[in-house]
Write a protein that binds this ligand. Structure first.
Ligand SMILES: [Zn+2]
Length: 196
């Protein structure tokens, strides 16, 4: 079975982190690169996986996505195409708003979009999406992904705020985290519009 991809470096040399007091067999397994020993200390949001290549821990589930009350995403290129999605909690219902514009970064609230879709999300639909966000390891993404060597590229922005005011904010310019394609696919399915 293919191993879980590391959200930091994109490689698949990742192993589970095992907590607790380890015996000899577990030390040997760590030597063989089959797992990572996490120690006996119990903390909040302990990482579940470790990358043998970049040595980062991930899958901490720091953000309770089920409690997410706001999501803002936009992606746009210098050719003018821009997609944006806003998901807001209003009167106990999650409402997704998708906008598209072909003339520059015209996705701001004040601009007139060329296409607009407003959708009230079913609770199950929203919960499924939150689970998908977790599986994209969004809270393990870096703050910024930039490749400044390319001119005229694509820039994007993602912000997730939870009701307890945790904020996860990521932006990029011509560079993307390993799970970005999967994230776009999930978001596209949620709003019913292809975002690329
Ligand atoms: Zn890695």
């Amino acid at each position: 079975m293919a191993k879980i991809m590391c959200p930091c470096c994109g490689k698949r040399n990742t192993v589970p982190i095992v907590y607790g007091y380890p015996g000899v067999d577990l030390f040997e397994a760590q030597e063989r690169g089959e797992l990572r020993l996490g120690g006996c200390c119990v903390r909040e949001h302990m990482a579940k996986r470790f990358c043998n290549d970049c040595l980062e821990e991930f899958d901490c589930n720091r953000i309770a996505f089920a409690l997410t009350s706001e999501l803002t995403f936009s992606i746009g290129g210098y050719d003018g195409e821009c997609h944006s999605v806003e998901i807001r909690l209003k009167n106990d219902r999650w409402i997704a708003q998708y906008r598209y514009s072909s003339n520059g970064f015209g996705c701001a609230e004040t601009d007139e979009p060329e296409a607009e879709v407003r959708k009230i999300l079913e609770v199950e639909e929203w919960e499924r999406f939150c689970l998908q966000l977790q599986k994209c390891y969004v809270d393990d993404w870096k703050k910024e992904y930039n490749d400044n060597d390319i001119l005229d590229g694509t820039s994007w922005f993602l912000e997730i705020k939870t009701v307890v005011n945790d904020i996860c904010s990521v932006s990029g310019m011509n560079a993307y985290p390993p799970y970005f394609t999967k994230f776009l696919k999930c978001l596209s399915e949620l709003v019913g519009k292809k975002i690329e």
